[in-house]
Design a protein. Structure first.
Lengths: 606, 290
């Protein structure tokens, strides 16, 4: 989502230039356009909040006018009763955060479409809510909301604009820092595919809460500033049309980017005032623009601009790759070679009346690559799902390092050191390779949310360490030169390697690879085999589910063979492949030659 | 008693709106937030056509057609081009965009002043039924609702190929397509049917709500709420019961707290249902039986 393909120096220069331009604008703008400038800056802050909720967090929360209004009215109600304006802003922010968090309670129960419907209802009822309560002044609203002030001096004119611009810039710096950290990567990973994210130890509801609360706080903050800036708050100040304009702003600019909200805020505040379109026709324009962007350019203006940017170097800076120790700076699990790490005992899985797995027992040893063979429908994918927590087994036990993890949810299984990949790599296609793998670090380290939002030296250190670990991993797996590429632009083979790299960031004890070379070319397959051999040599117990025997031969030492949910053979790979029963079940006839062509993909079972 | 009658009467309107919404949601999986706007367009179409001196029956038929065309346009412009992105709900924003633009157009053409909508003949006043006075408009809506429910059931009936195909598309569009069902056509048909039902609701309810370009917001939300209360994506009796329940709840809340709380009460009902029973109040399976 945030393209990493622009050099850091250029990005830093962009941020600085934006800051200078904002302040210069605030100082230089004449009284005629001052009002508009202030609104633009405040709207920008609001859109940055919405961008975290919707763009990065993938949450369809439509009650933006409610959050904005709550921040504004909290400020208005408290300051008209004599509270210090800045304290009022702080409380408005807190109210926004609280309301956002309250919506996460609902979002926890109601997801996706339900949340959208509910928040649309709230958004539509918001004017009624503000007019129905006497605290917010009923139909009269609140007149004479105190402006911002420093000491006894009321802020006004260009001085006020400078303060607002500085605050907006501060929000940009903080959110940018946070969103480009592993937190941002993790948030986008959850938004793109909650199910896959759970398998990487990222608890989706935790990130939903985070996005809605943080976004709510920023929108509440913007609302409080709006109250102070306008001086009047009415029940119609926060109509549902505002929601449509804000969503248009975020999408038009580029949802899930850093700079999208700035562009979006500019368009939705300045265009209405300058365009020679009658007021009556403006809703038509906004509606049409929203449809046009959603349908034709869902990635917005920023994505278009990125294509025009110079791309100095696609590969990682040399210095970073040079310092990379093979395992990065992350703690490594010490695995004595050969010991049993994963012990599955008599696992049975019934779905409906069907017995998909019957009494399956298998063991994976550290530093050993084991193959799981079997025809389509033999139960291989079900076995992986049962081991990784996606399906609860009907009976049997799974022990990881002696700890019983039977039936534990994917996030827990992951933390115990068992990680899986999916047949079709489930990555964030909009994000870069680097960001995708960074999310893998996040799940292990889980830095404190507050700390990582502050540009403190301590967390900068953490960030550097994480960045180094990711670089080292990419280099080790031979995809260092792809770090800045969007995953959506990669070949299937490289995606599979990225997915493996992301899994390895957890330093897993056990890695389950579900058909890692399905659909890959011979060359890609050879590279994947190399990758898997590297992983095995690091002491990880690897289970490879695969049909392609030439590939299996190049990686696996041991093998198990499943047939109709039953283990029919296990031992060294040669033993298993030589077993007449295996030949019959897997290859059709006992005499058949080992096929090298690719069989039809097994339907994905989740 | 009177408020119960009023609640059921209003409920019939919500049920009609929800039924149209449910037909589209059932077949295509899309929640058409523009149902209210389509109802608004149809009401204005009737207003203009009758104003231009067209015979009322013809004007009504054309207004119904305008609803169907409008829904087809929403489908073609806002939903169909987003192929494959259905799980991310981006269609929701483009639908809202289209309905916003349509409202703006209506506002531009007719102004934002509220107007008196065309009254269908013979629905003025009320009749006395067993000692309870019932507005004729409510009776008309009840009749139309029953007709609409029967027509929808006939459309989805198992005894003809189209009905079976619609059910197949609703159950699993990919498999239906693989089995030779032309799902694109059927989806379009569902949109048109849903739009026509919304038009019916718009035409008969506009006199009650007062015609205005903004009526779409309120009306559209009520359609969604009624459908959710009955059970999202279910046709048959589910949206009807959802609509009637919503109507009765609203009218009793109005008499208890006052009119300004109507919208808020609806949202409270919506959140209650979504949080406690997201599958809808009706027991499973019941809604499909007819």
């Amino acid at each position: 989502m945030i393209a990493m393909d622009v050099s850091p120096a250029l990005r830093a220069a962009g941020v600085t230039a934006t800051g200078i331009a904002l302040l210069a604008g605030a100082l230089a703008i004449g009284p005629k356009h001052a009002g508009l400038y202030g609104l633009f800056v405040i709207t920008w802050i609001g859109l940055m909040g919405l961008n975290i909720v919707f763009g990065h967090g993938g949450q369809f929360n439509l009650a933006q006018n409610t959050l904005y209004g709550i921040g504004a009215f909290a400020y208005g109600v408290l300051t008209t009763r004599g509270m210090n304006p800045w304290l009022g802003v702080a409380i408005g922010t807190a109210f926004g955060a609280f309301s956002g968090a309250a919506m996460t309670f609902v979002a926890g129960r109601v997801r996706g479409l339900g949340l959208a419907i509910l928040t649309l209802g709230i958004a539509l009822a918001t004017p009624d809510l503000f007019s129905a309560t006497s605290l917010t002044g009923g139909f009269n609203g609140i007149v004479g909301v105190p402006p911002l002030s420093v000491g006894d001096k009321v802020l006004a004119g260009n001085g006020l604009l400078v303060v607002l611009a500085a605050l907006a810039f501060l929000v940009l710096l903080l959110t940018r820092y946070w969103l480009t950290s592993s937190w941002g990567s993790a948030l986008r990973t959850v938004a793109a595919d909650p199910e896959a994210a759970a398998g990487m130890g990222l608890n989706p509801s935790r990130y939903r809460t985070l996005a809605l609360t943080l976004g709510g706080a920023i929108i509440g903050f913007a609302g409080a500033l709006y109250g102070a800036y306008q001086g009047y708050l009415g029940y119609l100040s926060f109509p549902v049309t505002m929601v449509i304009l804000w969503y248009l702003g975020v999408i038009l600019g580029g949802a899930g980017t850093i700079w999208g909200p700035l562009i979006g805020a500019g368009v939705i505040t300045v265009v209405p005032e300058t365009l020679p379109v009658s007021d009556d026709l403006q809703p038509v324009l906004w509606g049409a623009l929203l449809v046009a962007f959603v349908v034709l350019a869902p990635r917005g203006v920023v994505a278009g601009l990125h294509r025009l940017m110079p791309r100095p170097s696609r590969s990682l800076p040399l210095a970073e790759t040079a310092v990379a120790a093979p395992s990065g700076d992350l703690p490594e699990r010490g695995r004595p070679g050969g010991g049993v790490v994963l012990d599955v005992e008599a696992m049975t899985k019934r779905i409906g009346g069907l017995e998909i797995l019957r009494d399956v027992s298998l063991q994976l040893r550290a530093g050993t690559v084991t193959a799981l063979l079997g025809a389509n429908g033999a139960g291989k994918s079900t076995l992986v799902n049962c081991l990784s927590g996606y399906l609860p087994p009907t009976s049997g036990t799974v022990r990881l390092d002696g700890i019983d993890i039977t039936g534990a949810p994917p996030t827990k299984v992951y933390r115990h050191g068992l990680v899986r990949t999916f047949q079709h790599p489930r990555l964030v296609t909009q994000s870069t390779v680097f960001e995708n793998v960074l999310a893998g670090v996040h799940a292990v380290e889980r830095p404190n949310a507050l700390l990582s939002a502050l540009p403190a030296i301590v967390t900068r250190k953490t960030r550097r360490r994480q960045d180094r670990a990711v670089s080292a991993m990419l280099t080790e797996l031979g995809i260092g030169h792809l770090a800045g590429e969007r995953v959506g632009d990669l070949s299937a083979g490289n995606r599979q390697v990225v997915s493996i790299a992301r899994s390895l960031m957890a330093n897993p004890a056990v890695l389950l690879l579900d058909e890692p070379v399905a659909g890959l070319s011979l060359e890609e397959m050879r590279r994947a085999a190399e990758t898997i051999n590297i992983i095995g040599s690091r002491g990880v117990a690897v289970l490879v589910i695969e049909h392609r025997l030439d590939f299996v031969r190049s990686v696996a030492e041991d093998a198990y063979c499943l047939d109709s949910g039953l283990l029919i053979a296990h031992g060294t790979l040669d033993q298993v492949l030589g077993d007449p029963e295996v030949r019959k079940a897997f290859l059709g006839t006992a005499e058949a030659k080992v096929p090298t062509s690719e069989p039809v993909d097994e339907p994905r079972s989740r | 008693m009177n408020s119960l009658v009023a609640g059921l009467g209003v409920g019939c309107m919500y049920a009609l709106l929800a039924l149209g919404f449910a037909v589209i949601a059932h077949v295509t999986g899309i929640a058409n937030f523009a149902q209210g706007t389509i109802a608004m367009v149809a009401a204005y179409a009737l207003f203009s056509l009758a104003d231009a001196g067209l015979a009322l029956p013809l004007a009504v038929i054309l207004a119904l057609l305008s609803g169907a065309v409008c829904a087809a346009l929403v489908h073609l412009i806002a939903v169909k081009p987003l192929r494959g992105e259905h799980e991310s709900f981006t269609w929701l924003l483009s639908i809202v965009g289209v309905s916003f633009a349509l409202e703006g157009l209506a506002g531009f053409a007719y102004g934002y002043d509220e107007r008196v909508a065309v009254r269908l003949p013979g629905v003025k006043g009320s009749v006395d039924m067993a000692g309870v006075s019932v507005e004729r408009l409510y009776l008309l809506m009840a009749v139309l609702l029953v007709v609409a429910v029967i027509l929808v059931e006939l459309l989805f009936a198992r005894w003809h190929a189209t009905g079976r195909a619609l059910r197949a598309v609703a159950a699993d569009p990919t498999s239906a397509e693989l089995a030779g069902v032309r799902s694109a056509r059927l989806k379009m048909a569902a949109w048109c049917a849903g739009g026509a039902i919304a038009a019916v609701a718009g035409i008969v309810s506009a006199p009650m709500l007062v015609l205005s370009p903004n009526m779409g917001h309120t009306v559209g939300l009520l359609a969604v709420i009624a459908a959710v209360v009955g059970g999202m994506g279910r046709i048959g009796l589910a949206p009807v019961i959802g609509g009637l329940l919503l109507g009765v709840t609203q009218i009793s809340a109005q008499s208890a707290f006052g009119g300004e709380w109507t919208q808020i009460v609806s949202v409270v009902v919506l959140s209650g249902v979504l949080i406690l029973r997201p599958q809808g109040l009706l027991p499973e399976r019941h809604g499909r039986a007819a």
